[in-house]
Ligand binder design. Sequence first.
Ligand code: PEP
Length: 252
Amino acid sequence: MKKLIAGNWKMNGSLAANEALLTAVAAGMPAQPVCAVAVCVPSPYLAQFQALALSVRGLSAIDLGAQDVSAKASGAYTGEVSAAMLKDFGCRYVIVGHSERRQYHAETDALVAEKAQQALAAGITPIVCVGETLAEREAGQTENIVKRQLAAVIHTNGHCISEIVVAYEPVWAIGTGKTATPEEAQAVHAVLRAQLKAATDHADRVKILYGGSMNAANAASLLGQPDIDGGLIGGASLKANDFLTIIAAAAV
Ligand code: PEP
């Protein structure tokens, strides 16, 4: 399966900084596509990406993603952005259930499942994030937590589940510089793969990304694991050279 390297810019960027970053990444992209590449940008910059993709050479090889989507289709939901709106701006992906949304915006498993459903209905691939906190890992709860989080999305989305991307992101590894070892990550990915296999005959085509301080130095060993089909990259996606090194590591 072709791997996917997706950048999550989080709440970073400006018109000037985005143009510089995207121009540098596009210029360094491999001539032959070795893996799928996407960047998930803050919503106000979706239009900028679309415009730049027409003029910046190489940028059309990178797909556009958003970082969140409303669980509602339209209407009186001030501040929300619908899946149809993301589709209007050419989004191929949207992150749902990032731990920062679960933590700071009290997003529940059920809400995340509804967001995934909205994305799928609009023809956008949801990147569904799951992951345990440090306390949960230390309490031996890792498997239970990620299975519970994924089960909600499977329950709501039925046979469409083979259309999602899953991202395993241990909360203790996000933005901390602490990475799960390749073996720790692989063990959880295998659990998620087995859960998907029980839900669909097409589990082998569901990409399961690892996220959590993946960087230029550790990407190759993580991406070398049998059930790690790519990466969701936060901090390192803001540095063109680091992001390009991770993309190159996904080729092997
Ligand atoms: C993320 O936010 O999805 C992430 C993995 O962040 P970082 O790479 O900075 O740990």
